[in-house]
Design a protein around this ligand. Structure first.
Ligand SMILES: [Mn+2]
Length: 258
């Protein structure tokens, strides 16, 4: 029997910090793009906090590079907090369903071969990494989650939106509802939005009028050959600054680069 590799915690309290706060989502294996954004554009310091909103894997070739980089930076003392996305959930589901051939195919197809040892077991350091992922985080000025919350009962009618894993990982067309999210905008990924939509929501957030702040600009769409599909610019990896004490809502981004 395999040990369960699912996140242990729904959420955790985040300590106040002296620096900036950033959120990045849907890196999808674009590890080199992520490292460039963090090192060269954000110039992340240990006083900052970085929140990664899930879907680190699949599509791009550098998911292992990305995960190793995050683990290394965390060890060096950089406060990096990682949420789970539906792609991590699918990988873990596959892992539990079938530990041999199917799972091997999944790893190969998704460029994740380095994740497992020769016995097809996820290596312990990655088990730890997946287990420490969270479903959502609440900050003073916003909520962070991969896809969204079921604020309008699209899935099942439950009173506590913060226990509905299905919605947090999968919901689409998420419009938000400030009354149900403690009057805080929800910063999320999962669905690609063009740069104008992202900038507009950041402007609204600054005025404390936004219910949602989408931040996935589809950096991996370049790999999928889908750049032309959306009206407006897509294909960048975005970081949004969400620093509460200065009410800073600011966009940083870089095109896909591998
Ligand atoms: Mn997703």
């Amino acid at each position: 029997m395999k040990d369960k590799v699912y996140p242990k915690l729904f959420t955790q309290d985040i300590p106040k910090n002296t620096g900036r706060r950033f959120a990045i989502s849907d890196i999808h294996g674009c590890g080199k793009t992520f490292i460039y954004l963090v090192e060269e554009i954000l110039k992340l310091t240990k006083d900052d906090q970085l929140f990664v909103l899930g879907d680190l894997i699949d599509r791009g070739k550098n998911a292992i590079l990305l995960i190793d980089y995050i683990i290394e930076k965390q060890k060096e003392g950089y406060p990096i907090f990682v949420l789970i996305g539906n792609h991590e959930q699918m990988l873990l589901d596959n892992y539990h369903r079938d530990g041999n051939q199917t799972y091997q195919k999944v790893l190969k197809y998704d460029n994740l071969e380095g994740l497992a040892n020769e016995d097809s077991e996820i290596k312990p350091k990655y088990v730890d990494f997946f287990e420490s992922m969270l479903f959502y985080i609440e900050l003073e000025n916003c909520l962070l989650v991969h896809a969204g919350f079921d604020v309008n009962y699209e899935f099942v009618k439950i009173q506590n939106i913060f226990t509905d894993k299905e919605a947090m990982l999968w919901i689409r067309d998420f419009k938000g509802n400030l009354e149900r999210t403690q009057q805080k905008p929800v910063v999320h990924g999962h669905v690609v939005h063009n740069l104008d939509q992202i900038k507009e929501s950041l402007e609204l957030a600054k005025q404390k009028k936004a219910a949602v702040v989408p931040i996935d600009n589809g950096c991996a769409y370049v790999i999928l050959g889908k750049e032309e599909k959306n009206n407006g610019e897509i294909g960048n990896l975005c970081a949004v600054e969400i620093t509460e004490k200065t009410n800073t809502w600011k966009l940083f981004y870089t095109p896909f680069r591998e």
